[in-house]
Design a protein around this ligand. Structure first.
Ligand SMILES: NC(=O)c1ccc[n+]([C@@H]2O[C@H](COP(=O)([O-])OP(=O)(O)OC[C@H]3O[C@@H](n4cnc5c(N)ncnc54)[C@H](O)[C@@H]3O)[C@@H](O)[C@H]2O)c1
Length: 438
């Protein structure tokens, strides 16, 4: 494959060298003539372990060269990878000046080209940028259309500086955002040598994945640092603690707890967060992130209330009340808060929960409901069908599989507020269906 790489910074240099090393013919492009000269002399423009030797070898074998001329690079290649910088503006927005400039140059070059060419954005850009910002520039400058006339996709890079070559050769997965199968096939063959899952998806989703990854990494650093602050003040060895913490691959380092849905609740998470925040206050440590977690959770509870209110129907049926499916524990269930808030605002609320039926409740749970939530017990109904029939808005509050069928068969005149993503496949659902985070 013949590839041009626009921008010879960390991402561009590593991509250029590694792809050339794997047999591609690569033409690097940069506005900085010094970087271009370095590549043409077989030297790396950036410092990264192993990169200097790969650049030297690829240049000596004729697989890698560089130029400042975009049109010439495009004419000599089939695919262009855009790796220019996307720095922050003072207000936090992304500065797209380099991306836009390179899109103009690419568009002009495409107009002069007879063969089909594919543009792959690798720079980190906000969701919607490739299609709504880059595409119009390419189309206006070239007079061609993305899709039928030239390929356009997004392919984020996950390398870390300091281990960039190793990361490029061994990514967690390869993800491409594409509009059609032809682009997906082309990129699959570009990365055919990688031993990593290849995921072809929508462009905006691929653009968002890159941000969510980086935000999660930042969150992990901040979390570990706050653990460190607390441990230092309480005389606990934070490194030994986190070593043990990381051994739990079931709940800690796993996909568990990582699905968007409703707020957390139950007898442990809210209580324990509050307690640790209290302890931190006692030892003069500010755990801003931990505090923000409780605030964010409150916002999520309110969002559920708002969703129901926005629909403007007074009769609400709730499917699920306990804090998660398969339990009858109502302590700090956000669904109890939701029911109480709606009831307090004058809504008629009926509730069905398989495990919270008055006829079946025994012992402490029955006493808890009758003493602490007598107003809630008055809303309970033993029949999900009756709750649906009597209500205008149905809130799906826990992931009881039986609710999937109920949602699939929901009469068209009823609104559904789904807090748990009861059905994976959203295609075919009516416009009366509203997911809280999808
Ligand atoms: N650095 C990383 O670890 C990393 C990892 C993954 C993704 N990214 C993303 O990749 C993108 C590039 O990052 P980087 O660190 O390699 O940037 P960088 O600033 O090191 O390099 C960008 C290069 O683009 C060149 N350039 C600017 N305009 C150009 C034009 N019109 N034509 C050709 N070249 C042009 C610049 O001269 C510079 O050499 C950014 O969006 C970044 O967020 C970076």
């Amino acid at each position: 494959m013949k590839i041009s790489i626009l921008g010879l910074g960390y991402v561009g240099s590593v991509s250029a060298a590694c792809l050339a090393d794997r047999g591609a013919h690569v033409v690097g492009v940069d506005v900085d003539a010094a970087k271009v000269n370095w590549i043409n002399q077989g030297q790396s423009p950036v410092v990264e372990p192993r990169l200097a030797e790969i650049v030297a070898k690829a240049n000596a074998s004729g697989q890698l060269c560089a130029t400042t001329d975009v049109a010439d690079a495009v004419a000599r290649t089939d695919v262009s990878l855009v790796c220019v910088g996307t720095p922050s503006k003072a207000n936090g927005d992304l500065d797209l000046q380099y991306v836009c400039r390179v899109a103009e140059q690419l568009g002009t070059a495409l107009a002069a080209k007879k063969r089909r060419h594919t543009v792959v954005v690798r720079s980190t850009v906000l969701p919607g940028t490739t299609w709504d910002v880059v595409r119009p520039i390419l189309e206006n400058r070239s007079g061609l259309r993305a899709g039928p006339d030239f390929g356009l996709c997004f392919n984020p890079e996950f390398l870390r500086e300091g281990s960039a070559v190793a990361d490029f050769d061994s990514p967690p997965f390869t993800i491409v955002g594409v509009q059609d199968d032809a682009d997906a096939r082309l990129l699959r063959s570009l990365y055919s040598w990688l031993d990593a899952e290849f995921i072809a998806t929508g462009i905006a989703l691929a653009e968002t994945v890159k941000y969510v990854n980086n935000c999660f990494h930042a969150l992990k650093v901040a979390f570990a640092n706050e653990v460190g602050r607390l441990c230092r003040a309480t005389g606990v060895d934070s490194h030994r603690l986190m070593e043990i913490f990381c051994k739990d691959k079931k709940q800690n380092l796993s996909s568990y707890y990582l699905k968007p849905g409703y707020a957390f609740g139950g007898s442990c998470l809210p209580k324990d967060l509050r307690a640790i925040l209290y302890k931190a206050k006692m030892v003069d440590v500010d755990l801003e992130l931990f505090r923000a977690v409780l605030n964010s959770n409150r916002t999520q509870v309110e969002l559920g209330v708002e969703m129901v209110e926005r629909l403007g129907r007074r009769k609400v049926g709730m499917l699920g009340l306990s804090f998660k499916a398969g339990t009858d524990d109502l302590r700090e269930s956000p669904l109890v808060t939701l029911a109480e808030t709606l009831c307090g605002r004058g809504y008629t609320v009926r509730i069905y929960d398989e495990h919270v039926r008055l006829s079946q409740l025994v012992g402490s749970n029955k006493a808890y409901l009758e003493q602490k939530l007598p107003h809630i017990s008055a809303m309970l109904d033993d029949s999900a069908e009756r709750v649906v029939a009597d209500s205008e808005t149905i809130v799906v509050g826990n992931a009881n599989p039986a609710f999937r069928d109920i949602v699939a068969r929901m009469p068209a005149d009823k609104q559904v507020v789904d807090l748990v993503r009861i059905t994976k496949d959203l295609r075919g659902l009516s416009t009366n269906y509203h997911g809280i985070g999808w």
